[in-house]
Ligand binder design. Structure first.
Ligand code: NAP
Ligand code: MG
Length: 409
């Protein structure tokens, strides 16, 4: 069989621990036998980040910006314990943070659905994609613990001499807590562009929610920026694509989401997105089945799994024990990136390969062959056999071969 040709290389970012092992197997078993793979390879594994003083992460991010489509393996975000474990000279920053800062993107997370795993919410039939505005608000707030009597004020001093001062609260003797949050127009604008673009890209309705009735300046600004961009730049494109933009209050959104069938993108402010993405992924079944894509306002895409490096499984693997780590979200990162590359380069074979790869995964799962985590989740009565990661990938590979041979004949 002739291998499928590529034009522009993908940016490939390797990672750490169990997902690094899966990464190698996925390439060996599911990609390299079928695709004449072209990538710009960056090793974001922690040892290499240490060796290059984290230069490699910045190089990868810049390359991702230049080439437009990348695929990333999960990586360790160092903490104190990791600094000791890897003998690090510095507590290197989260690679995802660095990449996001360079691409200025928004993260969209969506579950992979399976007939035999019913979401906890019975009405959900299609994936719900959550977009989180990962900038500002409470994550960059200035806080103060008020211990004694005193008055809190909000003060703004403009460069042009304009100023604002208002009493927040007069604490009397009671003590309490105080917090100041901010966000930036350009960041909200980028977030909105990424959301509108991704909705068009995936042909799904876009929902956005805030609490603008209570927060009459702060949340209202989010609402107005979205509304303005929609009116001036996206309305016509949405109509042509047959999709809608829908704004509602966060509490109304929560109620509607629970009653919905799914199949839309829900854009959330930073805190709402943090909380709701965990709620939605748990209700859909499993973190191991959550995909994630970073989309920049100018249309660059970085695909990855939502889960981490699965450290507990890796330590077992190092002891020579068999592991049944679920590679689905990482495989979908590859299929997502290859499909997008195919679309951008006009390579229909590559797009068809990505579709076949995902279909082969579904064939395997529907045959009841799955990793251990999923066997525990399937509806009672479904026939399901737990296999180890390698066996699972081999089963997908043979179904993928069959599909591609069928398509070629
Ligand atoms: P994690 O790697 O997502 O794993 C947490 C637990 O979830 C695992 O122990 C496992 O449960 C289950 N799990 C997650 N993915 C699975 C999969 N593919 N197959 C089967 N089970 C899966 O989170 P963590 O242990 O908190 O973090 C580990 C490292 O990952 C940390 O160093 C963190 O910095 C990093 N991290 C990276 C990213 C990223 O690069 N995007 C994201 C999050 C975390 P059981 O052990 O019960 O089987
Ligand atoms: Mg969270």
């Amino acid at each position: 069989m002739n291998k499928i040709r590529m034009k522009t290389p993908l940016v490939e970012m390797d990672g750490d621990e169990m997902t690094r092992i899966l990464w190698k197997w996925i390439k060996e078993k599911l990609i390299l036998p079928f695709v004449d793979l072209k990538t710009e390879y960056f090793d974001l594994g922690l040892p290499e980040r240490e060796k290059t003083k984290d230069r490699v992460t910045l190089d990868a991010a810049n390359c991702a910006k230049e080439l437009g489509v990348s695929v990333k393996c999960a990586t360790i975000t160092p903490n104190k314990q990791r600094v000791e474990e890897y003998n690090l000279s510095e507590m290197w920053k989260s690679p995802n943070g660095t990449i996001r800062a360079v691409l200025d993107g928004t993260v969209f997370r969506a579950p992979i659905l399976l007939d035999s795993i019913r979401p906890i919410v019975r009405s959900w039939k299609k994936p719900i994609t959550i977009a989180r505005h990962a900038y500002g608000d409470v994550y960059r707030a200035t806080e103060y613990r008020v211990k004694g009597a005193g008055k809190a004020e909000l003060v703004f001093t403009g460069e042009n001499g304009e100023s604002f001062r208002e009493t927040v609260f007069d604490f009397g003797k009671c003590g309490g807590v105080l917090q100041a949050q901010y966000n930036r127009d350009d960041s909200i604008r980028s977030f909105a562009h990424s959301c509108f673009r991704y909705a068009l890209d995936t042909k799904q309705d876009l929902w956005f929610s805030t609490k603008d009735t209570i927060s009459k300046q702060y949340d209202q600004t989010f609402k107005l920026i979205f509304a303005e961009l929609f009116e001036t730049e996206y309305k016509k494109q949405f109509e042509d694509a047959g999709i809608t933009y829908f704004y509602t209050l966060i509490d109304d959104a929560v109620a509607r989401v629970i009653r919905s069938e799914g199949g839309f993108i829900w854009a959330c402010k930073n805190y709402d997105g943090d909380v709701m993405s965990d709620m939605v992924s748990t209700a859909f079944g499993s973190l191991a089945m959550m995909t994630s894509v970073l989309v920049s306002p100018d249309g660059k895409f970085e695909y990855e799994a939502a889960h981490g490096t699965v450290t507990r499984h890796y330590y077992r693997y190092l002891k020579g024990e068999e592991t049944s780590t679920n590679p689905m979200a990482t495989i979908y990162a590859w299929s997502g990136a290859l499909r997008k590359r195919g679309e951008l380069d006009g390579l229909s074979d590559l797009v068809a390969f990505a579709d076949a790869l995902e279909a082969a995964c579904m064939d395997t799962l529907n045959a009841g062959i799955m990793t251990k985590d999923l066997v525990l989740l399937v509806t009672p009565g479904t026939e399901a056999t737990a296999v180890n990661s390698e066996r699972f990938l081999d089963e997908i590979a043979s179904r993928l071969s069959a599909r591609l041979a069928g398509a070629a004949s």
